[in-house]
Design a protein around this ligand. Structure first.
Ligand code: SF4
Length: 466
């Protein structure tokens, strides 16, 4: 049996304690939010599509985890079988570390190892992941001609059926991986020791609890940190806050002695201690601009598929799949969606352009920049358009809006529930899950949810503008 895998190695790199807890006390993990589970259900699985670039391979995925060892043996046998030229999810184990390689292709008397990524650019993490794969392959004495990352070609434009040869590009990472072998060997041995410790390693909470991923043991490790702790503030650099905290300054009273009483930090601590929110109203009013009743609250749902689903589209190009408009003047609602047929998007864009022209101000809430999407699809290009478009999320961020949860989640839900503490709001991901579901009954729920979200936005806007 193996001790580490690619995912547990990554976990251990982020924090050895997280690895230990995952192995020994997995039941202490935080509950996964809908946000984390949410993925567009429909759409192409890039990993599966990539296999068609190297067809007729043998799939080595075991039917259950107890068969990893058996499939490793089978993988090793297949390397010497002249009838097998391609393997998917080939399994290798070396130094108690298991990897599953997306695609392995015979290349003369050697093998070409390929890791598939669904992004259009390559991050350091990808290079490091591939280096761990290479370390295990080398350890298993697999003759490797190259190890490559296979990812999405950002210049690809769909024209008819998907052209697999044009959709993907390759980058060799063999040279980089060679240079990492020694440090990976050390890291693997260190992490194996961590797993074998009698107790969890003593590691203070710190920036590693959030970077590069939010740790699933936060609830456990942070249980002694009070809700109103200065650690939840945002105006100081996180590293600085942790260094004070782990250096012994753990209560707000001691922390406050160190900061300017007129600082934003102090305002945030006051908000925490009074269990309320903070906003710089002057900035807020400036950013919202002139008051008017002619406001359209806009909820726009779009989808960015890695593999273009419409002709003339590039990878990750936005496809508008639904919108809801709520008039602040008379509460009139306009709904539109093309959840059953994305090719109708152009019709929706025309309706959207026409509807929005009637308003002086358009307000939306999104972590994404919808303005650029609206420019791309000429919604903001018409000469007749004179409205001002506002991302309310940006307005709040730039007005220093702060409450106990906004450091970790600056969402409509979090902010709304702070402004209206007796109410709860569903997670935005519910809309995404339903909108991309294959189940018609779930798709029907989308319009109502989008309308409701718009009402929450309207209520927040009017509450703060009073
Ligand atoms: S919450 Fe922080 S300290 Fe605890 S295991 Fe996770 S990363 Fe490590």
């Amino acid at each position: 049996m193996h001790i580490l895998s690619k995912s547990t190695y990554i976990k251990g790199e982020q924090c050895p304690k997280a690895l230990y807890m995952y192995k020994k006390h997995p039941y202490l993990r935080d509950k996964l939010s809908l946000e984390k589970r949410a993925k567009f259900k429909r759409g192409t699985d890039v990993g599966v599509l990539a296999r068609s670039y190297f067809p007729d391979g043998v799939n080595m995925t075991p039917s259950n985890p107890s068969l990893f060892g058996k499939m490793f043996e089978k993988t090793m046998q297949n390397l010497n079988d002249p009838n097998i030229n391609v393997m998917y999810e080939a399994i290798f184990i070396y130094n108690d570390t298991l990897i599953m390689l997306d695609i392995l292709v015979r290349d003369g008397d050697k093998w070409r190892a390929i890791e598939v990524k669904s992004s259009m650019s390559l991050s350091d993490t990808y290079y490091h992941d591939a280096s761990l794969q290479y370390y295990v392959l080398r350890g298993c004495n697999v003759p490797i001609s190259d190890i490559e990352l296979m990812y999405i070609n950002s210049d690809y434009v769909r024209d008819g059926d998907i052209d697999i040869q044009q959709l993907f590009v390759f980058k060799s990472v063999k040279e980089f991986a060679e240079g990492q072998l020694e440090s990976i060997d050390k890291k693997v041995n260190d992490l194996k020791e961590v797993v074998n410790l009698p107790n969890a390693p003593k590691i203070n909470i710190g920036t590693q609890c959030f970077t590069p991923y939010t740790c699933e043991f936060r609830g456990h490790c942070w249980k002694k940190v009070p809700q109103d702790s200065f650690l939840h503030t945002t105006s100081f650099d996180s590293k600085e806050l942790f260094s004070l905290y782990n250096g012994g300054i753990q209560d707000n009273r001691s922390f406050k002695k160190l900061i300017n009483p007129l600082s934003l930090e102090m305002n945030q601590i006051d908000a925490l201690e009074q269990n309320t929110f903070y906003i710089n109203y002057k900035m807020f009013y400036d950013l919202v601009g002139e008051r008017t009743e002619s406001i359209a609250f806009l909820n726009l749902l779009f989808y960015k598929p890695a593999v273009p689903i419409l002709d003339k589209h590039k990878p990750y190009q936005e496809v508008v799949i639904a919108f809801s408009i709520l008039s602040n003047q008379n509460d009139e609602v306009t709904e539109w969606n093309c959840l059953d047929d994305y090719s109708k998007m152009e019709d929706g864009l025309k309706i959207l352009t026409e509807k929005l022209k009637r308003f002086e101000k358009v307000v939306y809430f999104s972590a994404q920049n919808i303005n650029s999407l609206m420019h791309k699809y000429n919604i903001l290009e018409s000469k007749e358009i004179s409205y001002k478009i506002i991302n309310f999320r940006d307005v709040l961020k730039n007005s220093d809006f702060f409450s106990k949860k906004t450091k970790y989640d600056f969402s409509l839900k979090t902010i709304y529930e702070e402004l209206f503490p007796s109410e709860t709001v569903f997670e935005h991901s519910r809309i995404i899950l339903n909108a991309t579901s294959d189940n018609e009954l779930e798709r029907i729920l989308v319009d109502k949810d989008m309308e409701d979200e718009n009402k929450y936005l309207q209520k927040m806007y009017n509450r703060l503008l009073k």
